[in-house]
Design a protein around this ligand. Structure first.
Ligand code: ZN
Length: 416
């Protein structure tokens, strides 16, 4: 552990560089859409090259650039993964500072992407630079994968790279924000799936002055959707290996939404839930509408399945024609996996927090990596998860520096 304490000192000595790179990445606008990551990719690429590593730049379409590199030799080991695109800034007037300033203010780096996830990318890059002096101790190759297009579904990012360039490794940490205001750091090891669908209702059009002669499709929709107004559906028992992920996921969410406990936010972890997100129908006030459509988002807990989700929808929406439009399965990495054990131990020693492995209610790219690469995959990174995609985004310097240490230590321990 003495050498590892030195590794922490090494990361600490790179604090100035860490802030500089985080700040420059934020300045390099990579809002998605449109998703042009060329500026941010060049910053990461040059930094890795200056570190002495060779870099693959993968550009499936102009401007959508992924950056892949590795340190060490031998078999492919841990993959440190992030994305360099961000969501758009939204209404610039709602920011209290320039979203692309990347300034360091009051112990925080501020701007679009500070949390999601240029801060995390800066932590990964700094960890890799600190590892240069320890390269001989790496018995496996550590891969750095920085993708574009994460915020719009990964078409030219992670998915393209996995399908066309075969990225290899035995475990993956995605540096997405997994810190919480009240609870502190967590390791996200499980997530729900979803089934999106359309419900279509048909009617018979007629002149609005004689509505009794038509058949109003909107009224059919109103009748059917009123049966779907409770967003909380049935509970699912998690499989044995995921019980603790679910239990801790609920604890974290209850802590974060303490003042809203009566709304049962923790049910979002282990229950099927339903949101009616879109309704469209009719043409004009004086025409009886002949069609109406609703789009629904049914979330599937760990232990649930698509077949069960379809059964639920069919029983709730007896009326209306169902069309399925998108699906992702629930997925998890067992908390007993080596990756999670090591990461938790390291994180606890750096941040002095409990750091449980948890299941979250949302769905991320992790499920894709779990099935495409068949390896343990977790998300762990700096920034409050609740601050992603918000105005006045900012990340704590202590957090990005701490996560850089965690990535460096975990790389050494997993590869030796
Ligand atoms: Zn993200």
């Amino acid at each position: 552990m003495r050498n590892l304490a030195r590794l922490s000192d090494e990361v600490e000595s790179l604090k100035g560089e860490l802030l500089n790179i985080a700040s420059r990445l934020i300045k390099a606008n990579s809002e998605n859409p449109p998703g042009d990551t060329s500026k941010a990719a060049s910053i990461a690429e040059n930094y890795l090259k200056a570190t002495g590593l060779s870099v693959r730049r993968i550009e499936p379409v102009e401007g959508h650039i992924n950056v892949i590199s590795s340190i060490g030799s031998g078999d492919y080991g841990l993959i440190l993964c992030g994305h360099i695109d961000t969501v758009p800034i939204g209404d610039v007037n709602r920011w209290s500072f320039d979203p692309f300033s990347g300034q360091v203010v009051g112990g925080r780096v501020v701007g679009r992407g500070a949390v999601d996830m240029k801060g995390g990318v800066a932590s990964i890059l700094t960890a890799v630079r600190a590892l240069v002096k320890y390269e001989k101790r790496l018995n496996e190759r550590i891969t750095i994968a920085l993708f574009c297009d994460e915020e719009t579904g990964g078409q030219y990012g992670a998915r393209w790279v996995v399908e066309n360039q075969s990225i290899k490794g035995k475990a993956m940490i995605i540096g997405e924000a997994s810190n919480h205001y009240r609870f502190g750091h967590t390791i996200v090891a499980g997530e729900k799936g979803f089934l999106w669908l359309k419900l279509r209702f048909d009617g018979i059009p007629y002149h609005g002055s004689r509505p009794m002669l038509g058949d109003n499709a909107i009224m059919h929709a109103v009748k059917a959707l009123s049966k779907l107004k409770n967003p909380i559906l049935s509970k699912v028992k998690a499989p044995y290996e995921a019980i603790n992920l679910v239990r801790w996921g609920k604890k974290v969410i209850m802590e974060e939404y303490k003042d809203k406990r009566n709304l049962k936010p923790h049910y979002s972890i282990d229950h099927y839930t339903l949101n009616t997100g879109v309704i469209k129908g009719g043409v004009k006030a004086n025409i009886v509408p002949d069609s109406c459509e609703a789009e629904l988002d049914l979330r599937i807990p760990i232990g649930g399945s698509r077949a069960e989700a379809e059964k639920i929808i069919k029983s709730l929406a007896e009326e209306g024609k169902i069309e399925y439009i998108n699906y992702a399965p629930p997925s998890f990495t067992p908390p007993g996996s080596d990756l999670i054990k090591i990461l938790r131990r390291v994180s606890q020693s750096i941040f002095k927090e409990k750091t449980p492995a948890v299941c979250i209610a949302a769905t991320t790219d992790a499920h894709y990596f779990r099935s495409a690469l068949n390896i343990p995959v977790v998300s762990y990174g700096p920034g409050y998860e609740e601050a992603c995609h918000t105005y006045d985004e900012s990340v704590d310097i202590v957090d990005i520096l701490g996560c850089a240490k965690v990535y460096a230590h975990t790389s050494i321990i997993t590869s030796s």
